[in-house]
Design a protein around this ligand. Structure first.
Ligand code: 4AZ
Length: 487
């Protein structure tokens, strides 16, 4: 690099000079001036230099802000790079969440997914006769099991009715699909069978050549089944008691149960003491009464579930199951006890064995005899106002017809269609405090069915005051929808 060897220039501080400017004449000859220096003809800003008039200033006089220091090109480049990487990562994260959401087709909260990515409906919108899903999936995969033989029926929105399905070309994969649409986990599937046709005017048949499409799209209406049999479906191996149940005539008036006799019975502890009973219906779901989990009892954290144990004393040394979720019937009425049913979802599934297993949920179309023999079980009090029992007790009680139970001597119209009465008008045998939520069961077609959940009564075992139970047949639909929505 070359240096200018001339003496330093002297400037009057005029900053910038216009073109053709000559130095002022009065200065010439007064000093021994250095050779004149003329600024270039093109106007330009000249760096400030010290003059006699101006106070000397350091080369850089202004304070340097920290940002000025940071904003060197190198740092700026680094910041840009970090920003760029952050944006890329954020974008990737958002894309990931979206892909996961659409791939898993998940629905938040207690909702059922339509099958169309990301679209969900509430349990009450499922099979309610109104299309809520974009392709009507909420109305075209409505399945139910009918009667004690568990005949599979599919709802045809075209014909506005339920139709049995021909057993022809039916296989277990179809059975698994139908059970999953009722809210059962696929691994629970038990069996499909062909049942001889009895007088249905119309059927649904599988179109064999339809290929690998949705089960419901393969079904078409037919007036007959070539096999002359329809599908009977068992989604879970339920209602099996490995012990022969003895007839008892005496919970109030009952007798001690033996292990494995009532494998669906659970004891529900709130803040570490028995409060209610419940019934196992799947490895993850317990049915109980809504009044057991009402108000301050609705916090699932304070509940513990004991299964496969006979005495309350033993429970303290056994590991309890915890509850993930409590779902009370939305139309439960605290005053009338209308719809007194609730579901508890366990945090981890139960393992079924000799002492623990599910009871069958009753199907629509299941007829019980007017005085069908049933059983009640629980750790409830053995007299009104008494303490919880240490032993699980059981008693057999016949059903009481609604007209009798509602007459002027009994409950005077307080027994609603969502309720069912069981017991004796003469009293002496009954459920009592602490039995609530527990099962009222019966045997039909060799299986045990949940007829009701212990709900209310005036006192215990009093004359003309039988026990009143939630009418489970009225709730099965609600239970399936909620199991499906909370898989
Ligand atoms: C209760 O308070 C209760 N006698 C349960 C059943 C009956 C009465 C009361 C029926 O949990």
């Amino acid at each position: 690099m070359a240096f200018d060897q001339r003496p330093p220039p002297y400037y009057e501080n005029y900053a910038y000079q216009p073109e053709n400017m000559v130095p002022p004449s009065h200065i010439s000859g007064y000093y021994n001036h250095p050779p004149p220096y003329y600024p270039p003809s093109v106007p330009r800003y000249v760096q400030r230099v010290p003059t006699e008039q101006s106070t000397p200033v350091p080369a850089i006089t202004q304070p340097v802000s920290s940002s000025t220091k940071i904003c060197t090109p190198r740092i700026r480049k680094t910041l840009c790079l970090i920003l760029f990487i952050t944006i890329i990562l954020l974008g990737a994260a958002i894309a990931g969440v979206l892909i996961w959401f659409y791939a898993t087709d998940s629905c938040s909260g207690s909702k059922i997914h339509c099958g169309t990515a990301g679209v969900c409906v509430t349990p009450s919108q499922w099979c309610d006769g109104v299309n809520d899903c974009p392709n009507g999936e909420d109305e075209n995969r409505c399945v139910r099991l009918y009667g004690p033989q568990r005949i599979l029926q599919v709802y045809s929105s075209e014909n506005k009715g339920w139709y049995p399905v021909c057993h022809d070309d039916w296989n277990d994969d179809h059975g698994i699909t139908a059970c999953a649409d009722m809210g059962y986990k696929k691994n629970l599937y038990y069996k499909s069978q062909g049942i001889r046709v009895t007088g249905s005017p119309s059927f649904l048949r599988l179109n064999k050549s339809a290929g690998n499409i949705d089960l419901y799209k393969k079904l078409y209406n037919s007036y007959w089944c070539p096999s002359r049999s329809v599908v009977s479906l068992q989604c879970i191996n339920c209602g099996v008691s490995r012990k022969r149940v003895n007839a008892r005539n005496r919970i109030v008036g009952g007798s001690a149960a033996t292990l494995g006799e009532w494998p669906w019975q659970v004891s529900l502890h709130f803040h570490n003491s028995h409060l209610c009973g419940g019934s196992i219906i799947t490895p993850e779901w317990i049915v109980t009464a809504a009044h057991c989990v009402d108000g301050s009892y609705s916090d699932s954290y304070h509940w513990k579930v004991y299964a496969g144990i006979l005495t309350q004393k033993e429970m303290f040394s056994f590991k309890a199951l915890r509850i993930a979720k409590i779902i009370s019937h939305p139309n439960y009425d605290t005053t009338t006890k209308n719809n007194d049913v609730a579901l508890m979802k366990l945090q981890s599934p139960l393992h079924f064995n000799e002492w623990t297993g599910p009871v069958c949920l009753p199907n629509p179309g299941m007829m019980f005899e007017p005085e069908q023999k049933c059983w009640i079980t629980g750790w409830g009090a053995q007299r009104f106002g008494g303490n919880t029992s240490n032993n699980l007790n059981a008693a057999d009680v016949p059903l009481i017809e609604p007209s009798t139970c509602n007459n002027m001597y009994v409950y005077q119209g307080k027994v609603l269609p969502t309720m069912i009465c069981a017991g004796y008008l003469k009293g002496k045998v009954d459920s009592c405090q602490g039995d609530s939520g527990g099962p009222l069961v019966t045997v039909k077609n060799t299986l045990w069915w949940l007829v009701g959940d212990t709900s209310w009564g005036s006192g215990c075992a009093a004359q003309n005051r039988p026990g009143v139970y939630g009418n489970m047949t009225q709730f099965t639909d609600w239970i399936y929808r909620n199991m499906q929505a909370n898989q």
